[in-house]
Design a protein around this ligand. Structure first.
Ligand SMILES: Cc1cc2nc3c(=O)[nH]c(=O)nc-3n(C[C@H](O)[C@H](O)[C@H](O)COP(=O)(O)O)c2cc1C
Length: 192
């Protein structure tokens, strides 16, 4: 049976981007933990701000880079989705990319929800902004999300000592979700 495709998607606009750093870290941790649980996988990391002609996207197909990224998300077995909090919600760039996904493309997809912000006051943006967005797609976000602020980063990357317990909790939920997907695949293959 072929491996699982784990896709990290960052909607940060800065360079370096804290959001991207968090998305990369979480995606690679999930991939490592999944591999250790015999769930073979490949990883793709998408930085929306770096996609050529993302600003010109009005309809599909977009540029080759944008189209490849949209298809990678639609074809993922697990999505790690992260955005900076802008004015209490996800960034406009993040939503611009999401707007062009096929509305049927994420049904049943397990998703890890991540956000970075300047203040703990907006930690619930994960619950009242990101979670409903993925509910529209009938995706299956993990129960645990991660919201990090500046104190969790040093020089733009996740600092040692950032809340490890929360990371571990999210990673173990992700591996459980991939394990369930693996059993589902096996049942489908056996029934075919
Ligand atoms: C235009 C703009 C709006 C922002 N609005 C908020 C906000 O409403 N709440 C918050 O906690 N942080 C806000 N921030 C801070 C960013 O969310 C924070 O610095 C984030 O970690 C940046 O991520 P990045 O490094 O990936 O760009 C805002 C930053 C910018 C530039």
């Amino acid at each position: 049976m072929s491996g699982f495709k784990i896709v990290g998607l960052s909607g940060g606009l800065s360079a370096p981007s804290r959001t991207r750093s968090l998305v990369d870290l979480v995606t690679l941790r999930i991939a490592q933990a999944a591999a250790a649980a015999d769930l073979s996988n490949t990883v793709e990391l998408i930085d929306i701000a770096a996609l050529e002609e993302i600003g010109h996207l009005r309809a599909r197909p977009g540029s080759a880079a944008v189209e490849a990224a949209l298809q990678a998300v639609e074809g993922a077995d697990f999505l790690v989705a992260g955005s900076p909090v802008y004015k209490g919600s996800y960034s406009g760039l993040f939503k611009h990319f999401i707007d062009f996904l096929d509305y049927r493309g994420l049904i049943g997809l397990p998703v890890a929800l991540l956000a970075t912000g300047g203040s703990d006051r907006h930690a619930l943006a994960i619950e009242h902004q990101l979670r409903p967005l993925f509910a529209f797609f009938q995706a299956q976000p993990l129960g645990t999300g991660i919201f990090f602020t500046e104190r969790d980063f040093a020089d733009g990357v996740v600092a040692p000592g950032a809340p490890e317990q929360r990371l571990d909790q999210l990673v173990s939920e992700a591996v459980r979700a991939l394990g369930a997907r693996s059993r589902h695949r096996l049942a489908e293959a056996t029934a075919a």
